[in-house]
Design a protein around this ligand. Sequence first.
Ligand SMILES: Cc1cc2nc3c(=O)[nH]c(=O)nc-3n(C[C@H](O)[C@H](O)[C@H](O)COP(=O)(O)OP(=O)(O)OC[C@H]3O[C@@H](n4cnc5c(N)ncnc54)[C@H](O)[C@@H]3O)c2cc1C
Length: 451
Amino acid sequence: MAFDFDLVVIGAGSGGTRASRLSAGYGARVAVVEESRLGGTCVNLGCIPKKLFVYAAHYGEDFADAAAYGWDVGPRRFDFARLRERKDAEIARLNGVYAKLLDDAGVTRIAGRGRLVDAHSIAVGERRISAEHILVATGGWPSLPPTPGIEHAITSNEVFGLERLPERVVVVGGGYIAVEFAGIFHGMGAHTTQLYRGELFLRGFDGSVRRALAAEIRKRGVDLRFGADVTRIEKTRAGLRLALNDGSALEADAVLYATGRAPNTRGLGLDAIGVKTGPGGEIVVDDFSRSSVPSIWAIGDVTDRLALTPVALHEAICFARTVFGGAPTKPDHRDVPTAVFSTPSIGTVGLTEEEARDRHGDVLVFQSSFKPLRHTLTGRDEQTLVKLVVDRASDRVLGAHMVGAEAGEIVQGLGVAVKCGVTKAQLDATIGIHPTTAEEFVTLRQPVAAL
Ligand SMILES: Cc1cc2nc3c(=O)[nH]c(=O)nc-3n(C[C@H](O)[C@H](O)[C@H](O)COP(=O)(O)OP(=O)(O)OC[C@H]3O[C@@H](n4cnc5c(N)ncnc54)[C@H](O)[C@@H]3O)c2cc1C
């Protein structure tokens, strides 16, 4: 049977774009279907605009700290609309870059919403397209609890399009997106409250990191509350009124829900053709990203493995190699370094102390908390945390964690070492770069007692 294409990809986000381009590079005839803007969540509503907002938010502190270094900074005013316009222009530029990358690779772009029709064809509106292989890379979508009045809340999908900076913001959620936005709003000058219903936010991160970040966020002035949840949201003349589970109420101008994301599989037609999904709607795939229907594959957030852009890219590379490159390749999800662009930021790779104790039993923990050099002059009460988790028997570094400025930049390098199986002795034999925060990772000498 002759197919229109060798591969049709649904979704031109991080994973879908990379898979399309690489597959075309192997000589496949490829089409990619996208219902929104090219580049997906990361480019349009995720990593990139978020990081630009984080930069914007940091200037507030930097201006305040400048005085200690001899700089007098004049009157300060933050123009949110100007930031948004400049951010929009940059993202429009990136959309163009994605279009060019796809065009240059010879990938056919199809605008519209794709739906599976059978194991080898999809529909986009009235149009039918057949392909030997179909790759689903439709990403994720914010999920909201059924709280009364939830229609008054915004999610990360709307936050980047706000017309103006709200004066009072409530962020609901305890994942990395919630923590990042609490820092962004606070840094931009909004009165910020963060509510998380659990005991401590950032579940899955190392315990010391979670506690250290909570302390730093509170010191900065964010009203961070644990065990707190919203039971009702009402629109009032002055803005929004949030009833809380302890009987109290909060007034706000905006409430941002960052309470998790669900795989974007609704309306794709997966069930009808027998593509298995998991309890959260995620497409169930094997080690090579193949679904229960052999011609249908899935990568990225829609598979709910590790919802990060570089992971979606990695899965895309493995997919293209496997299907068109003649070299079956399994994605490797171990020791993926990651950052949280909170204020201050988190960088982490490998196992948390808790995971390491569970899996390896006898582990040594090396940890240091100190005032960064920069703040010796500013007097800002900020502590940086660095931590290593080491397997006692093999001396192997199982995890490296940090809370402090530029944690992502620092831990990326350590990520290479951890991936290569670095031992504590090898870190000890490494000469530090002085004076830096990063050098602390190679000068931790005494293990701390078990927490
Ligand atoms: C606020 C926020 C901040 C983030 N920050 C970071 C970060 O700092 N670092 C990081 O690594 N990750 C971050 N992420 C996660 C990252 O954005 C995702 O992991 C990544 O985009 C996943 O790529 P993907 O290819 O799976 O899906 P996506 O990039 O989401 O792309 C899916 C694409 O499919 C399209 N689509 C969906 N359904 C259809 C359909 N039926 N037909 C046609 N098109 C369809 C969508 O429009 C979208 O363009 C962040 C996410 C959010 C929400």
